[in-house]
Design a protein around this ligand. Structure first.
Ligand code: CA
Length: 509
């Protein structure tokens, strides 16, 4: 026995270690509308996000992570398929995602993973494959006392606040999982989606902060017809009652009619005070817009506070259970979001705040703490990267590429990588009257073409104009740049097989 044991150790132990390294657990915390500029690791100095920052500090921060169609459902469809909207068929919100097409969690299952999606899914359909377990909010779901649909017991109502409930359900699933298998879990957060209802624990958490207006808040949209034609401003579109909770009607079905008496008491006491303050001020014009902006940010950040706290709870769980060392943790938002830039809330446009999305990843032993990844990655790359981490073959028809090599760069080795991203947005006219558009973003320039009800080109020099306030398409000195970008745009459409866009581009020349 004495002779066999070292042999066993020599033979089996390395195999076990290898297997563990080959198949780490993968946990994606996927939030909704959480702006990168609201996160400390991305430069926000006003509101702390210690737990998202912790993932970045202990792993990698992707500074140029872009989405290919900046709205909720389409981003989730791209996450599942590694494909652009025109190929996965989910270009618009509030449709039914076709789960009969290949989705990457099914490939993880084939590789021996146990898989689950818990929380917000928002694809108009329930998974018929790819997930051993799901427990998801119907559609947008509710912040308070939400219903969730699971594949074991159907629809159940849970008492409490959605972000806490989703964490607890995730812990329940993790505690009961088959520990012989690695796991893949998506924690689908509802936060920080409109109508930004904070937990009763966080009401007024940031009331002592005076949020400065972004420099572009009173944007006049000169030379930008599509930007002028939208319906997503804080000043006009944002609703005082349903969004900002001034004189709420708690009988209306906006999620406000689901409170327990105790929750309602605390919630109503806080917003009654806000409503009285609003009445006493008699605000109009720019002062009213400024007040709405302040209230928007206070609710948005208070909602995000609970999100970050729950990310901390998840990290603590991994620490306490010993899972942390062999679990990859990703925090990402489905897209970016406007926090008053250009006067807006919401997303959709190809401008920076909605195009760019938060993405941080911790992968012990592989990613060096504090790694910064500046290369251009896109949400089509997320699925191939997760498959690569799991040691699972990436299907050839996925349009993204694994950025795993970028996460552990070797000194003096340059990894060839793309320096352009292709974007295509569709949903029009409802709900925010943002004209469909496509475009290309390079490190310095962004070229966009808006169509349907409009036919306009926009060019931004991001070096000279990072706020994207000056459309310089008409400047003759840019003709060479424009010709080059149009050629590259056409090539990207061909590469990504966006035939519809190619037709529109041909007519637009
Ligand atoms: Ca979203």
């Amino acid at each position: 026995m004495k002779k066999i044991l070292p042999l066993l150790l020599m033979g089996i132990l390395p195999f076990v270690l290898f297997a563990q390294q080959k198949c780490p657990n993968i946990l994606i915390i996927f939030s909704d509308d959480h702006a990168y500029q609201a996160i400390g690791a991305y430069g926000n100095k006003i509101i702390p996000t210690p737990n998202i920052d912790r993932i970045a500090r202990e792993g990698a921060l992707l500074t140029n992570n872009f989405v290919t169609n900046s709205i909720c459902g389409p981003s989730r469809a791209t996450l599942l398929t590694g494909k652009y909207s025109h190929l996965n068929g989910y270009a618009f919100n509030e449709r039914k995602f076709d789960f009969n097409q290949p989705v990457f969690p099914a490939l993880l299952q084939n590789s021996g993973y146990q898989t689950a999606w818990i929380g917000k899914l928002h694809l108009g359909n329930l998974p018929n494959k790819g997930f051993d377990y799901f427990n998801v909010l119907p559609d947008q779901g509710d912040y308070y006392n939400p219903d969730l649909i699971n594949n074991k017991n159907g629809t159940l109502r849970y008492t409490g606040y959605v972000t806490d409930i989703i964490s607890n359900l995730s812990f329940d699933w993790l505690n009961g999982r088959d520990t012989a298998k690695p796991f893949f879990l998506v924690v689908g957060e509802k936060a920080t989606h409109r109508v930004w209802m904070p937990s009763v624990d966080d009401l007024g958490a940031y009331d002592n902060i005076d949020f400065a207006l972004p420099p572009s808040f009173f944007d006049g949209y000169d030379g930008r017809a599509a930007a002028a034609d939208q319906d997503m401003t804080v000043a006009k579109t944002m609703r005082l009652q349903q969004d900002l909770k001034v004189h709420l009607d708690y009988t209306k079905d906006d999620g406000y009619n689901r409170f327990t008496p105790q929750q309602k008491k605390v919630f109503a006491a806080y917003y009654d005070k806000i409503s009285k303050e609003f009445d006493s001020k008699h605000l109009t014009g720019k002062e009213l817009a400024r007040w709405k902006y302040e209230r928007y940010l206070k609710d948005y950040y208070a909602t995000a506070k609970c999100l970050d706290r729950n990310i901390g709870k998840i990290l603590d769980y991994l620490d306490k259970t010993g899972l942390a060392k062999n679990t990859v943790v990703i925090y990402a938002s489905d897209q970016g979001f406007y926090l008053g830039e250009h006067g807006w809330f919401d997303k959709r446009f190809m401008y920076e705040q909605s195009l760019r999305s938060a993405f941080v990843i911790r992968y012990p032993k592989v990613i060096k703490p504090g790694t910064i990844v500046p290369q251009f990655v896109a949400n089509i790359d997320w699925a191939p990267t997760v498959l690569d981490i799991a040691g699972t073959k990436i299907p050839k028809d996925m349009q993204g590429i694994s950025f795993l090599p970028l996460l552990s760069p070797k000194k003096n080795v340059v990894i060839p990588w793309r320096d352009e991203v292709y974007y295509h947005y569709y949903e029009y006219p409802e709900p925010h009257h943002v004209h469909p558009h496509f475009g290309i973003r390079t490190p310095r320039y962004k070229l966009i073409y808006f169509y349907q009800g409009l036919s306009t080109w926009e060019l931004y020099d991001l070096q000279a104009d990072p706020q994207e306030l000056h459309n310089v398409y008409a400047n003759k000195e840019n003709n060479g740049v424009i010709a080059d970008l149009k050629q590259r745009l056409k090539k990207l459409m061909e590469q990504y097989k966006d035939g519809e866009a190619l037709g529109i581009l041909e007519r637009a020349q």
